[in-house]
Design a protein around this ligand. Structure first.
Ligand SMILES: *Cc1c(COP(=O)(O)O)cnc(C)c1O
Length: 382
């Protein structure tokens, strides 16, 4: 066995010993709600497809039509030959949704954050990140070469103290947070973060992967804080929008600079035209149907009422269980009752906070939510 293979084996054995090894499970989704996996048919409470748009007939048709007309791929990066007109149509739609001058789409949300942050921060700069922000914000912050500091989750006083101590020594400062936190479902205090950024000449980046389409009549978490100035409004097309891709909404000069400098735009192939077409069709559905957009949070609130949990702020409800073993056992027990509710373990969440992460979608039937709530209540320690 060569030393690389040996290295991988030793690492896998160590992960197994701590119940932290992850394995892929082949899954077929045929309608945006139900899964087929491991020979079972399960009702999913683990998809981020909050509006079930991945399977909306008009959204699928738009992707199919664009693939047939323009091909399966973009052929090159956007600066070469990959800049299909559908991408610019999509960018205009995203900018209008977010109320910004312009937008730039990326290959994914992960590529967006790893491209945006190094475009605006370098070794002389400061990036301060909410400790629970998504992994790709941390990856982008590290790639930038800037000084990176965590602030305590949603703790604006801690952020202000860090800026007070470190802002003066830095060139630029970026404050980065999730708008809706992906594993906790709570919302960042964007108004107060914006005030602190203004007072310290810092630029605010909000990652609204889980807010767009479901909060603020589909406009996202920023719409809940109309006075907040969010310089960099980032998000993904891969969750409520039902497809694949990422985006940044900002002023025209910021977007123009991203399009000439962000390495994940310049050196990565453009989004396939079919992905742009499906996202545009999804945005049409979102614009036409505010009741659909409000449904996932209403479903989550029904569940938190039935389980005596704090009222849901988003479609994501965490049920904290502590150890990885307990979370896995709970997930297996729910699977036996026909529910797909994935256990989330470290390092995705801090040690000791393994959990079920329950995600609600507009298509969930209230009776199924009642059954899930009863099953979760039975799991709770007496
Ligand atoms: C899912 C997610 C991303 C990554 O988006 P993709 O399009 O899946 O790469 C970024 N940020 C947050 C908060 C997310 O939950």
């Amino acid at each position: 066995m060569d030393s690389l293979t040996r290295y991988a084996e030793v690492k896998l054995t160590a992960l197994d010993a701590r119940t932290l090894r992850r394995t892929l499970v082949e899954t077929i989704r045929t309608d945006g709600l139900w899964l087929e996996r491991g020979g079972k048919r399960l009702l999913s409470f683990s998809c981020n497809d909050y509006l079930n748009l991945s399977h909306h007939p008009a959204v699928k048709q738009a992707a199919a039509d664009a693939a047939l007309a323009y091909g399966a791929g973009a052929g090159a990066s956007r600066l070469i030959t990959g800049d299909h007109p559908l991408l610019e149509t999509l960018e205009r739609r995203l900018a209008a949704l977010k109320g910004t001058e312009a937008a730039c789409v990326f290959g994914s949300g992960y590529l967006a954050n790893t491209g945006i942050i190094p475009t605006f921060a370098g070794p002389d700069d400061l990036v301060i990140v909410d400790e629970l922000a998504h992994a790709c914000i941390w990856a982008g912050a590290k790639l930038s070469g800037a000084r990176v500091l965590p602030f305590r989750h949603n703790d604006v006083d801690h952020l202000a103290a860090l800026l007070g101590e470190h802002r003066a020594a830095a060139g630029h400062a970026i404050v980065a947070t999730d708008g809706v936190f992906s594993m906790d479902g709570d919302i960042a205090p964007l108004d107060r973060l914006s005030d602190i950024c203004a007072a310290n000449d810092a630029w605010l980046l909000s990652d609204d992967a889980h807010g767009v389409g479901v909060l603020g009549e589909g406009k996202g978490s920023a719409a809940l804080f109309p006075g907040a100035h969010i310089h960099l409004q980032m998000g993904t097309l891969s969750k409520a929008i039902g497809g694949y891709g990422g985006y940044l909404c900002a002023t025209q000069p910021v977007i123009d600079f991203v399009k000439t400098r962000a390495r994940t735009v310049v050196y990565s192939t453009g989004l396939p035209p079919a992905s742009a077409a499906s996202a545009i069709a999804a945005l049409d559905v979102i614009a036409a149907d505010p009741a659909l957009c409000a449904a996932p949070v209403a479903k989550a609130r029904l569940f938190t009422r039935l389980t005596d949990l704090p009222p849901a702020q988003s479609p994501i409800v965490p049920v904290l269980l502590g150890s990885a073993e307990t979370a896995l056992a709970a997930s297996a027990a729910l699977e036996d009752q026909g529910f797909a509710v994935v256990a989330i373990r470290p390092p995705t969440v801090p040690v000791g906070t393994a959990r079920l992460r329950i995600a609600f979608s507009a298509g969930h039937d209230d009776r199924d939510i009642e059954r899930l709530a009863a099953a979760v209540n039975r799991l709770k320690p007496a």
